[in-house]
Design a binder for this molecule. Structure first.
Ligand SMILES: *[C@@H]1O[C@H](CO)[C@@H](O)[C@H](O)[C@H]1NC(C)=O
Ligand SMILES: *[C@@H]1O[C@H](CO)[C@@H](O)[C@H](O)[C@H]1NC(C)=O
Ligand SMILES: *[C@@H]1O[C@H](CO)[C@@H](O)[C@H](O)[C@H]1NC(C)=O
Length: 439
């Protein structure tokens, strides 16, 4: 079977990526690979080729999505197989006539950006967006009130004439890009959002810029929710399929219609120093039936807007991170219950420090995240362990927060959100979780 050859490669690639990027300075960022652009026959190219060459009827079919219970549903796939990047991508299109795009889904970012032609230093995985081929495209002038939102301090001043473009630079992971703030019609499923403001990327520096671009789903003024005003009533949800999945079987569901009634909700917290992020009040973690005790730190899980401490739900980070004291306590309890002492003990691999032989160790205890409001989110085993299919090796798929500004933040990341519907109900200040298979 093809999969037996393919899966180990993905696992190795993932380990490589996690190792490579574990040294990067931010965690509320996405992680991207630095291999050369895919060849013309890659799955991504074929998908985009298909969309571009299709006639309008075929195109609208391609981007139409069944409206099961109302609401807008945008297909999501793992970027692992499509783009060799451990992020999740959604289908969108931009411009008139629409040009097909795959954009990373990032609740930790606000603005959208994507490579535009011409861009000499971009290495897009597919032909980049062509502004000159879109009749609805327009660049924003630097006199636009939106221009200072892109980190005004580092921007060149708006010289006369004020009609010169709003050009800005932004860092992302350990790379950066330069873009021109622009607007055009964004399509998500059947919805058309005219004049969507995004960055048209004209040059990149560094290896970690997503080749395909990104859609920001954060809480700031340039995010999808903010730019669509009342269209989605401040509510969306997503279900991420397994990172190993090949299909667009996940979904971004926009608006209150069709959201799961059986979701369990915890209050959404807001940190004025990090206003884009979705904070929740995680109050504890259990391994099996044992509640993890963080020695000498009764307030270990506390939310503190002054320091940024607390717990963030993020679709753009790959591996969940916990503060050093919490992670140490969690790992010790997990190791104690797994007891690999008869199996050669535990080894490390990349960012993972609790790997063991699955030949010697049987069932592992489930991990449950406790949140305010009575939410007890028990992670399925595929969201707790990452397995090698080449060797009988599994690792606890979580890690310690990096020793930087994010050292005080716990991040519930996308490996731990597979096959889960996460409802971000900003209108009602709550975050919901519902088990859903979307593989
Ligand atoms: C614009 O569209 C034409 C016709 O489809 C195509 O040949 C050309 O490559 C496109 N231009 C860019 C910059 O993509
Ligand atoms: C762990 O496993 C070893 C060897 O299999 C066994 O001797 C020991 O009693 C176990 N410890 C616990 C706490 O279960
Ligand atoms: C977090 O939840 C705990 C337990 O319910 C509660 O005591 C605390 O006040 C909550 N913190 C915030 C910031 O809501």
């Amino acid at each position: 079977m093809a999969t037996s050859n393919i899966l180990p490669n993905y696992l190795l690639l993932l380990f490589f990526l996690l190792f490579y990027f574990s040294a990067s300075t931010a965690i509320d960022i996405q992680i991207h690979h630095s291999t050369p652009p895919s060849s013309a026959d890659s799955p991504l190219s074929s998908i985009l080729q298909l969309a571009r060459s299709a006639d309008p009827a075929r195109l609208s079919l391609l981007f139409s999505q069944k409206k099961t219970s109302g609401g807008t549903s945008v297909p999501i796939a793992s970027g692992q197989n499509l783009l060799q990047t451990p992020s999740y991508v959604l289908r969108a299109s931009l411009g008139s006539p629409p040009q097909a795009l795959l954009l990373s889904l990032d609740t930790g970012s606000d603005s959208a950006w994507l490579p535009c032609s011409p861009c000499s230093s971009c290495t897009p995985a597919a032909p980049p967006f062509s502004p000159s081929n879109s009749s609805s495209f327009s660049p924003l002038p630097c006199s636009s009130p939106l221009c200072p939102l892109l980190n005004a301090a580092s921007q060149p001043p708006c010289y006369a004439p004020s009609s010169s473009p709003c050009s800005y630079s932004q860092s992302y992971a350990d790379s950066s890009f330069t873009a021109a703030l622009s607007r055009d019609s964004l399509r998500l499923a059947l919805d058309v959002i005219p004049n969507y403001v995004f960055g048209c990327v004209t040059s990149v520096a560094g290896p970690t810029i997503p080749k395909q671009g990104l859609l920001g789903l954060g809480r700031g003024p340039l995010s999808l929710l903010s730019q669509t005003g009342d269209l989605y009533k401040g509510v969306f949800s997503y279900c991420l399929p397994s990172y190993k999945s090949y299909y667009f079987s996940g979904s971004l569901r926009l608006g209150p219609a069709g959201q799961p009634h059986y979701a369990r909700f915890t209050p959404l917290l807001k940190n004025p120093h990090r206003p884009s992020l979705y904070y929740v009040n995680m109050t504890g973690i259990s391994v099996g039936r044992v509640k993890v005790v963080v020695p000498g730190q009764p307030g270990a899980f506390g939310f503190d807007p002054a320091t940024g401490a607390g717990t963030v739900v993020d679709s753009g980070t790959v591996v969940s991170r916990f503060t050093a004291p919490i992670y140490a306590a969690l790992r010790e309890e997990f190791r104690r219950q797994v007891n690999a002492s008869g199996a050669g003990g535990f080894s490390s691999l990349g960012v993972f420090d609790t790997c063991f032989s699955t030949d010697e160790v049987g069932a592992t205890p489930p991990i449950t995240l406790h949140m305010d409001g009575g939410v007890d989110l028990t992670l399925p085993v595929e969201s707790t362990l990452i397995h090698s299919s080449a060797t009988p090796l599994a690792c606890l798929a979580m890690a310690e927060a990096p020793p930087n500004v994010n050292a005080v933040v716990n991040v519930l990341a996308n490996l731990q959100q597979q096959n889960l519907r996460v409802v971000l109900d900003v209108a009602n200040s709550r975050v919901g979780f519902a088990r859903e298979l979307c593989n």
